[in-house]
Design a protein around this ligand. Structure first.
Ligand code: GDD
Ligand code: MN
Length: 365
């Protein structure tokens, strides 16, 4: 058995869909030697175990279980790289993508000089079953925006359903895909050293079979960060961009609290600045944990420990912050400028130290 086609299925809490999808793939691809690689981020519902049970009965199925990490794009990349077949497809586990399109995709890549075939909801004949108007409009808008970034003429840039040559994926991965967020296709197109030759095939986007969507929250943020990363990512690391954006928000919080306490409540500048620093620090920890370090988000007890290490590690930064700010203020610098200078010194320190101590990378580069 030598697989001609690997089907990569990213999963998070999809236990109820695993077997059904295998059955449908099996029915859709007679005459093709295929394998399925489920890439599961250690779902609480036990998806990994469900896949392994299935794999015990069907050797074409296997599971990559990732522990301590999250992310649709990075899961897809790992799955595709783990494949030995020359062609790889990515399909959602929830059966919203029509697996009956796979044979046509396969034929295109086998017979033509095309790099990637995309299942499209927008070309003529494609549609979205049961999508309300606002979700459809939002999706169309984001799609238009993304077409500005892409070199290729692609209708459905947001599609999570496609088939591609494995060699192309490897080339893109080596060229430095961001791997952040969920827009894997955009990531591939934007990173590829040579323009990708693509073809779109229409299909009808169906309703979920079982379970619920994971992409409702934070999607806009991840999408925005990915676009930024494609513009600036080669100069500044993506996390630093995110950290800085969050820091900017923290600065607003800081200045707000400071002006309330200093100007409003008549607190001394030193105490007002110190209090504002504490509050902004906690605010930044919480937001960074949800956004910047979403893929290694701390929860439960680890959250408390993280907050503690964040606070401890940053107390030196906070001291420098308060020290510099009050020194400048004593030198008759304008109070806002004094505060901003203090916050800046603290922020650089915070980033450097917390990247090492608070959100530790799980033994990878
Ligand atoms: N491994 C892993 N890690 N898988 C994930 C993660 C994750 O962090 N988040 C989501 N998935 C898996 C889900 O289990 C599912 O199989 C697939 O990725 C898509 O997730 P859904 O939660 O079903 O997304 P959706 O239906 O809202 O979005 C779909 O449509 C978008 C277009 O609007 C997806 O196909 C997107 O790729 C597509 O852009
Ligand atoms: Mn879905």
């Amino acid at each position: 058995f030598m697989p001609q086609l690997s089907i990569v299925v990213p999963t998070f809490n999809e236990a109820g869909n695993v077997a059904e999808l295998r059955d449908r793939i099996d029915a859709a691809l007679p005459g093709v030697d295929w394998e399925m690689i489920y890439v599961d981020d250690d779902s609480p519902d036990g998806t990994s175990a469900t896949v392994r049970e299935l794999a015990q009965r069907d050797s074409r199925v296997r599971c990559i279980q990732r522990i301590g990490r999250r992310g649709l794009s990075s899961a897809c990349i790992e799955g595709m790289l783990a494949s030995s077949a020359p062609l790889v497809a990515v399909i959602d586990a929830d059966l919203q993508h029509d697996e009956r399109l796979l044979p046509a995709m396969f034929d295109v890549l086998r017979d033509e000089e095309i790099d990637v075939v995309v299942g499209s909801r927008y070309t003529e004949g494609g549609s979205m079953e049961g999508w309300d108007r606002s979700r459809a409009a939002t999706s169309r808008f984001a799609t238009k925006l993304s077409r500005l970034v892409l070199k290729a003429d692609l209708q459905d840039t947001m599609s999570g359903f496609f088939m591609i040559r494995r060699a192309v994926v490897e080339r893109c991965a080596k060229a430095g895909m961001s791997g952040v967020g969920f827009k894997i296709l955009l990531d591939l197109f934007a990173t590829s050293p040579t323009p990708l030759r693509c073809r779109e095939l229409p299909y009808e986007f169906r309703n979920r079979f079982s379970g619920e969507s994971k992409l409702d929250t934070m999607v806009a943020w991840e999408y925005f960060i990915m676009l930024l990363d494609h513009y600036f990512g080669r100069v500044v690391p993506i996390r630093f961009i995110a950290f800085s954006l969050v820091g900017l928000l923290g600065l607003v919080v800081h200045l707000f609290v400071l002006s309330m306490l200093f100007r409003g409540a008549g607190m001394s500048f030193l105490w007002a600045q110190a209090s504002a620093t504490m509050i902004a620090m906690t605010f930044n920890f919480v937001i960074n944990n949800v956004l910047t370090y979403r893929d290694m988000q701390l929860r439960g007890w680890k959250l408390l420990r993280g907050w503690l290490s964040f606070t401890l590690a940053c107390s030196i930064g906070a001291l420098a912050n308060v020290g510099i700010a009050s020194y400048l203020f004593d030198q008759r610098a304008y109070w806002v400028l004094s505060a901003v200078a203090g916050v800046l010194v603290g922020a650089v320190w915070n980033y450097a130290v917390t990247a090492v101590y608070t959100w530790k990378k799980p033994n990878s580069g």
